[in-house]
Structure formats: structure tokens, C-alpha cells
Design a protein around this ligand. Sequence first.
Ligand SMILES: Nc1ncnc2c1ncn2[C@@H]1O[C@H](COP(=O)(O)OP(=O)(O)OP(=O)(O)O)[C@@H](O)[C@H]1O
Ligand SMILES: [Mg+2]
Length: 273
Amino acid sequence: MATLDEYKPPPLPAPFTNTNPPPILLTQGAEAHLYKTTSLNPSTPAALKIRPTKPYRHPILDRRLTRSRIVQEARCLVKLVKEGVSVPAVLALDCEGQGGEEASWGGAWLLMEWIEGPVVRVVLEQWEAWMKAQIHLEETVRISEEDRVRGLMRRMGETIGALHKAGVVHGDLTTSNLMLQPFEGESEANDSVSMEGKIILIDFGLASQSAQDEDRAVDLYVMERAIGSTHPRTEPLFDSLLQGYRESYKGAVSALKRLEDVRLRGRKRSMLG
Ligand SMILES: Nc1ncnc2c1ncn2[C@@H]1O[C@H](COP(=O)(O)OP(=O)(O)OP(=O)(O)O)[C@@H](O)[C@H]1O
Ligand SMILES: [Mg+2]
């Protein structure tokens, strides 16, 4: 895979071609490119998500897909901000793919509030590495460390519950799509990894409006599998996420019941290979 140094992203759409300093490319997924830039004034950071066109797709179909995903994402974010769910606010978007001078630019972009802090995947990876590096881990330390992770899991569950309560399912719940925004001016007296902060949900490219137990349970199942495969030491603490979820809204109990069916189906499928 090409590194970010070698990789040359497609030209930025206007007005981002002449911002000073220029946007910085942070990640480049299969579908979207994420930049850090500023909004209105140079001291207000913002996140710019660009969905470039895919040259191998039919241009009309491509434009329609790119456009509908960015609109869908923006629509969910606007609704969730209104409902008080922790997600980045929408600042601007272009789904027409005009791209200013670049007449041929058929992509779409979304400019949103910048969230400070790491994604939960990084927090858990660092914590697991820290735990592994402890040669003599006292039992009391191990318990208090696991309690901190349980607290984080619980807050994740509460945030996912708030999302579902608002009538939205995420569609791609992994630890890379949750961020941990540290509280301002606060630091823990701990040499391990900080778990303090507010959980913010990001990446609503696959989200949809749904209040069905099945869709909610699939969201939880995807998260459970993601933690099982990427964070082995955290997996036994996953029940704290479900506990936070259970206590966050009334419909949670039936979604959790459905989760048991989804797990069974998942297990059957993996047995069939
Ligand atoms: N509002 C934001 N503030 C700060 N960083 C962000 C923000 N949104 C995204 N990021 C960073 O950029 C990364 C990629 O963003 P995102 O998950 O939305 O895109 P993606 O996974 O490439 O998209 P998709 O799965 O929709 O194709 C995130 O993991 C996070 O590190
Ligand atoms: Mg993502």
C-alpha cells in the first residue's frame, strides 16, 4: 500500500484550493479523504471530508452515489446535533460537485466541526500495549485499570444508546468511528493511557434512519465483533458497553434481546464458512 508521502490525492475542490495554510490530508480511506482545515477564520479548525469521483464508475451513477452518501451523512449529523447526540456539527457541504474552476470535478464534500482527541481504537491499542509492557502487574492495579476501561465502554454504550434513541443506526460501528474528546484543562494522575473525555460518534456515511430492533442489534453486533478482533484484552470488558446501552433508553432491552439472535446467526454463518 502506498504511504501518505507517496500518495498524491486528487486536486482539492474550490474554495479549499486557496486556503492558507492549505488543508492537511489526515486519512485516505477507500471512499473518502479526510483533511484538517479551518473554517471562517484561521484559528477555527474544521474537518473536511471529500468523496472524490471514481473514474471506473459510470459518471452519472457515480455522481448520484457520491452525492447521496454525503447528503445522507450531513442529514444524519444535522438531525443528531438537534437531538443532542454527540456528533460533529455540519458547517458546510457541496453535493453538486461543481468544484469551482474544476468543471469536471464530480465529487462531493462535507465540512464539519473539528473534534480534538484520538479515536477509541488508538486509546485501546495504547492501553493494551501499556498493559502488556507491565512486567509485574499488581492485582489491584489490574483491577483499577480494567475499571477505567469499563467506564469508557459504558460511556460508549450510553452514546450508542442516545444515537438509537434518536432513531438513527450507524451502519459501521467500529472503534475507529468513535472519538474520545478530552475534557478541557483536565489531566489524570496516571501513567497509563487517559480514558477521560466525551465520546463523539463520527463517520455517518452508512447511517440510516431506523428504529428497528434488528438494525440496532446489528449495530451492536458489528461493534462487538470489531472489539473482539482488534482489542483482545478489552473483549472481556465488552459487557460494560451493553450495560451502558441498556440503561440509556427504554427500547434498549428489546434491541439487546435481538442481539442474541443476531449472534446466533453470525455463529451459524461462520460455521458454514
Ligand atoms: N470531525 C472530525 N474531527 C476530527 N477528526 C475527524 C473528524 N472526522 C473524522 N476524523 C478523522 O478522520 C478519520 C476518517 O474519518 P471517517 O471515519 O469519517 O472516514 P472514512 O472511514 O474514511 O469514511 P467512510 O467509511 O465513510 O468511507 C477518522 O477515523 C478520524 O481520525
Ligand atoms: Mg471511519
